[in-house]
Ligand binder design. Sequence first.
Ligand code: SF4
Length: 285
Amino acid sequence: MPRIEKAARTGFCFGVRRAINMLEKVARERGGVETLGAVVHNQQVLQKLAEIGVSVVNDIDDVKGDVVVTSSHGVSPDLEESIKARNIDVVSTICRSVRRAQVAAKRLADAGFFVIIYGDGNHPEIKGILGWAKGQGVATLNEKAVVALDPLPRRIGILSQTTQVPAHFAEFVKKIIDIALVKDAEIRIIDTICHDSQERQTAALELARRADLMLVVGGRSSANTNRLAELCSHLAETYLIETADEIQPLWIEGKDLIGVTAGASTAEESVDEVIKKLQELTHDG
Ligand code: SF4
């Protein structure tokens, strides 16, 4: 019978926990509230929040009330201004690690540096951080975007999306140094990777090294959940699942150790449901 082991680090990270607490408080006080975009990238959490009157709008034009909650990923200053210009109050649930990256981007841009963010340009966190660089920046996961800059800026600041893998960021930085360290160049590197993400990755990898199968529980649109699944997939057969119902009995056949880990926006309850389902399936077998 296969053994089932949970990674040493699961459950909400402090940023998501805080965002949910704030949102629940506002929703209860006001009998419901709208959020601009999903406050966390996890369907199960959003469904629970919907039960206490939290609804998601994707555009500021769709906000009906006089207050809107923005996500732990933060927003750009321009977006915040345009919300306020409509006389809508903003309750920000931004995580302090993301805020740190925004402040770093602003300081670099203010000091005349071109800001390169190692991250997914379509992710709301990155759109927000880029906004703080006042148009003096680019977000990319590939150094080719930097090669393409014409002229190549002499002063460059490099940051990372909070959920990236430290080793990958370091490789990217080395490539940028090779490209951009020319005469009179100045390059500043600021580590804006979230410690919670790092600890979660380390714990997941430690388990994946010993496991034959890894189940990563979390939202398919969650950046840190996808990162965990990608890292684990190099060491063990890995599946990203949102709920216990997605587990296929075929996956566990012939396995000795099944590891379970979860993204930062996955409730511990969802992880426990996965473990319970695995226990049922392994006992039935
Ligand atoms: S993963 Fe890190 S940066 Fe993202 S919300 Fe959680 S604590 Fe904040």
